[in-house]
Design a protein around this ligand. Structure first.
Ligand SMILES: [Zn+2]
Length: 175
């Protein structure tokens, strides 16, 4: 999807307005079977793993239990893409959007994207998923600073115009 923007927040209301039945069905599925840390452990115990890919997008292969994660995705896009594929691994046939003739393909894609972003905003869940699948933690916002607080170093704060003024001591993380 050329114009895909990982920062874009998809409105679940908008999706519901477009495809109420399908989106309600998906909301019920995730309500009945939420992604938990135990569920992530189970996926890994079942043999699921992440492999880097140079394909045009990330993907899941359910037969081989592989999540192909695009190597050129950075930071937020890497994490959202990873969790998007975790959603496919976790929900299986109940959450797919790979058939171009399926009338709900577009909405299901955006639903999966929305779900991945919900999970990504949960520092504990994000931390667990990233570490359990052996990915390198990436710190780029308040969620990831909280998720990986032990890995913060002064260099990670250096963005243009945002150099730390202090002596490099850790700032307290607000709850
Ligand atoms: Zn997908």
């Amino acid at each position: 999807m050329e114009s895909y923007d990982p920062e874009k927040i998809v409105s679940i209301r908008g999706l519901l307005a477009r495809k109420p039945k399908s989106i309600m069905r998906l909301l019920n599925i995730i309500k009945k079977k939420p992604l938990t840390e135990e569920a992530i452990d189970k996926l890994v115990a079942e043999g699921w793993k992440v492999v880097p890919t140079d394909d045009h997008s990330s993907f899941v292969n359910r037969r081989k239990k592989i999540i192909g994660l695009k190597t050129d995705f950075k930071e937020l896009q890497r994490d959202v893409s990873f969790l998007h594929e975790v959603a496919h691994a976790f929900y299986g046939q109940a959450l797919t959007h790979n058939h171009p003739l399926d009338p709900d393909t577009v909405e299901t894609f955006w639903f999966t994207d929305w779900l991945a972003k919900q999970w990504r905003r949960n520092p504990e869940l994000l931390r667990h998923a990233i570490l359990k699948f052996g990915l390198e933690p990436r710190i780029y916002d308040h969620v990831t600073r909280k998720a990986f607080s032990e890995q913060r170093t002064p260099e990670q704060f250096v963005l243009p115009g945002m150099e730390p003024k202090s002596n490099g001591r850790r700032k307290t993380i607000r709850k």
